[in-house]
Design a binder for this molecule. Sequence first.
Ligand code: C2E
Ligand code: MG
Ligand code: MG
Length: 365
Amino acid sequence: KENDIMARVGGDQFSIILNNLSCKDHISSICSEIINAVKSPFLFNDGKIFISTSIGASVYPFDGADAGTLVKNADIAMYSAKENGKGLFELCNSIMKDNSGQAVGLTNDLYKALEANELEVYYQPQVDITSGFIVGVEALLRWHHPKLGMIRPDVFIPIAEKTGLIIDIGKWVLYTSCVQKKAWSEMGIANLSVAVNISVNQMRGREILKQIKDILAETGVNPEDIELEITENVLIKDRENIIQILEELKNMKLRIAIDDFGLEYSSLNYLKHLPVDRIKIAKPFIDGIGRNIGDESIISAIIIIGKELGLNLIAEGVETEEQLQFLQHQHCDEIQGFYYYKPAPASHIEKLFINQAQSTSGTHH
Ligand code: C2E
Ligand code: MG
Ligand code: MG
């Protein structure tokens, strides 16, 4: 509108001030308009150029009483939108504000979270790309904060890492996932692998080896059914030690996956040397399918190299039919993403298995 203001703050950042909005919904419609307007390709020389936008918004007086606070909170929301993928918009919320403004409060609360039973493991199914059947699940941690509601791991895992709490929390996730795996086996759900994320700090000493040995012994879970997901940055520090730990885990018959592959370190050389079973192709590449030829080429290359090395490949964050089709065409093995299933509590996942069992027995009769 005429009295709205748009200004370039610097670099590729712009600020927009919208005056006298009637309701919050209005913000999202304006943001979608902007994102869509920028999304259409620009013609430049002989090529097309794609630009994506991430927007964060804060609202006076809820998110701040002065300009500085409002801009800071809009900034936090924008980074959160960016982390969730390209071309998104997010409103500032209380968790973000708490996380940045008073990280101390959240840290104190996290110390109590395990004992207070506020943590829960959600599971997200992994689907075979040809049959559409669930062949595995990834354990994803959730924190039900008594005051702030559900907090996403992107917010509290970094705090857990900084404080060293990740050791206890990580152990709890492993234990809980193994107990769950056992319960599912006893319910007759067979051939299901359970993947657990392991952070860099958990890999520091040799503690993890003992933890896993104890948990497997106590729960009686077959180590071949447990996959450990590590990110590439695990390999940057303390390389020798990590490689040795990975090899010992491998000797214990656990499976190892490289999470968010392609985003960070991406040395193809380590794929050859490391005892890795599987590559998880990072979501930002999947987001580029149908939009960015570079992303598509990277995906094809990862799949070809992975296959040559005898690795299993799974694509993360698949949200659309178009992405699924591209990955099928490239012979990716498995898919994980909202297109099929979102992460959900164990009880919900059980229902999916029951439905799946019914539908397969249906086709045989
Ligand atoms: P990750 O291991 O790469 O997990 C995948 C993340 O992508 C999950 O976010 C999942 O909910 C999300 N996701 C899956 N499919 C889609 C999709 O189609 N669209 C979109 N937009 N998102 C999708 P989540 O659960 O918030 O976890 C975030 C990260 O936190 C994980 O990334 C992982 O690095 C870390 N994390 C989660 N649980 C644990 C844990 O128990 N231990 C450790 N160390 N890290 C964990
Ligand atoms: Mg993961
Ligand atoms: Mg990932």
